[in-house]
Design a protein around this ligand. Structure first.
Ligand code: 5GP
Length: 183
């Protein structure tokens, strides 16, 4: 897609949550996460690439000792879990005995996070929690994670971009959560 077409996508998109609303949602998530994890020396794993921006904003609001690392994985096609993950990067930090917080951009079918959680448990994590910037409540598939522990925004079942979420690998930098026109 050329630049004009990409700019048209943003101009025509519907803004579901503007910057102020996204930041308020991240503030609220940060408060609850701090209450729950402050004393647990958590290992926070950002699920790349979509969670890059939400994780950066969230982590800057957590004022207690924690470590961070990242995972980059996608599912092979189909409704598969566990070993069916295609790994692009695994965390270097050992997970054994750690309280893990996974941060992802969106909970859609829930299959990717279910598979990453299963892998964290295999590595011996003491607990695994999940934080997502957005959730689509009506999109879950069998075997998918039903509910995240911490949710920023509940959005309609549409294709969205911005704040880390991509539109054809562009507009992860869009300053809001936008629904693509017609999708
Ligand atoms: P799952 O379907 O396994 O819950 O979601 C896997 C991944 O699909 C998400 O982490 C996200 O990267 C991508 N995804 C799901 N819904 C959307 C969407 O509406 N917009 C974008 N850009 N990505 C999505």
């Amino acid at each position: 897609m050329n630049r004009e077409a990409l700019e048209r996508v943003l101009a025509e998109a519907e803004c579901l949550a503007d910057e102020a609303r996204v930041l308020a949602a991240i503030d609220a998530m940060g408060h609850v996460i701090a209450q729950d994890l402050r004393e647990l020396n958590p290992l926070v794993l950002t699920v790349m690439t979509g969670a890059l921006i939400p994780a950066g904003l969230l982590l800057a609001r957590l004022h207690f000792p924690l470590q961070m690392d990242y995972v980059h994985a996608s599912r092979y096609g189909g409704a598969t879990i566990g070993s069916e993950l295609r790994w692009l990067a695994k965390p270097r930090t050992p997970l054994a005995g750690r309280h893990v917080l996974l941060i992802d951009d969106i909970l859609d079918t829930g299959l990717t996070l279910a598979a990453i959680i299963a892998w964290c448990r295999e590595q011996g994590a003491a607990s695994v929690r999940t934080a997502v910037l957005c959730e689509k409540p009506d999109a879950r598939q069998p075997g998918g994670l039903a509910k995240a522990d911490y949710v920023g925004l509940t959005i309609p079942n549409r294709y969205v971009f911005g704040y880390g979420l991509d539109y054809q690998e562009y507009w992860r930098n869009a300053p809001g959560i936008y629904a693509v026109k017609g999708l």
